[in-house]
Design a protein around this ligand. Structure first.
Ligand code: CP
Length: 315
């Protein structure tokens, strides 16, 4: 495997191997010296055309823990403002020796454009493309669920686990990648949100669809994953006002108290505290939100290791 553009690039075996490798990387991250020599002398670029905290920084930490050199490109402050294209940006960085790009872009398919281009020989990892996919987020979420449930399950995969993903499904690359990976691993995935934010693809991507959160929660899930309302991608009246949205689709303290004590709470971040999730819920002992962030470093180490140390760079 040279690129990671979509969860569809991964077989079940690839997915399980990446989760196992990430748990090995977690062990490295607990050592006093948190560094492996695997990518010594290799040069990677974080190519971010959209804002990010978790993904960009965790890829940078992951690259450094594998001893790679990493440069951070962000569209703000670059020659993009002078009209430079994606192609010329990539060619410029490759001419300086960059051999792998970690790409976040507001356009769906941007990472694939670079991976498929005859003018680039670099490895490409999709770090979130428009409303399409965010494969490393899905991998870190599955790792988080698997590790949290390991006391209750002896299997490597997620057979029998029920996951409810709530919110802005229409604009969510996290929802799409998570549904693809969780179902590959054997979990049952349900989507819940306002009908205006439940597109046709949702009906093919999830096992169950709900537009009433209280009814969905009554049915029972092992994991409830709340999504951010993506104000930056809303260009028409998709949702009621914020107070009404929170009342109908927010994980309020009242709703949380009706869940079982074993129900795990997740959110990919960044959170709108008080809108899609109450602060008390996000900070509760059932919340895995900081664990998701910790696992982000381990998963990205595993992906970089697999693509660049195990597979070489042949296209
Ligand atoms: N979850 C996620 O992609 O967060 P960032 O936008 O901060 O990278």
């Amino acid at each position: 495997m040279k690129h990671l553009l979509s969860i569809e690039d991964l077989s079940l075996k690839d997915s399980l191997e990446l989760l196992s490798l990430a748990n090995e990387m977690r062990k490295t991250n607990l050592k006093e010296v948190k560094r492996l020599p695997a990518l010594s002398g290799r040069l990677l670029a974080n190519l971010f055309f959209e804002d990010s905290t978790r993904t960009r920084i965790s890829f940078e930490i992951a690259a450094k823990r594998l001893s790679a050199d990493v440069v951070n490109f962000s569209a703000k402050g670059s020659s993009i403002s002078k009209g430079e294209s994606l192609k010329d940006t990539v060619l410029t960085l490759e001419a300086m020796g960059v051999e792998a790009f970690i790409v976040r872009h507001s356009s769906s398919g941007a990472a694939r454009t670079i991976a498929d281009a005859s003018w680039s020989s670099a490895s490409v990892i999709n770090a979130g493309d428009g409303t399409h996919e965010h494969p490393t987020q899905a991998l870190l979420d599955s790792l988080t669920i698997r590790n949290a449930l390991k006391d209750f399950s002896s299997t490597e995969d997620l057979q029998g686990v029920r996951v409810l993903i709530v919110g802005d499904i229409l604009h969510s690359r996290v929802a799409r990648s998570n549904a693809l990976l969780l179902r590959k691993l054997g979990a049952t995935v349900a989507f819940c949100g306002p009908s205006t934010l439940l597109p046709d693809f949702a009906r093919h991507t999830a096992d169950e669809i709900y537009s009433d959160l209280d009814a969905a929660l009554e049915i029972g899930f092992d994991v409830v994953m709340m999504l951010r309302i993506q104000q930056e991608r809303m260009n028409s009246g998709f949702t009621p006002n914020q107070v009404e949205y929170s009342e109908r689709f927010g994980l309020t303290q009242k709703r949380f108290e009706r869940l079982g004590k074993r129900t795990l709470i997740m959110h990919p971040g960044p959170m709108n505290r008080g809108l899609e999730i109450a602060s008390t819920v996000a900070d509760s002992s059932q919340s895995l939100i900081t664990e998701q962030v910790t696992n982000g470093v381990a998963i990205r180490m595993a992906v970089l290791y697999r693509l660049l140390a195990q597979e070489g760079t042949g296209k």
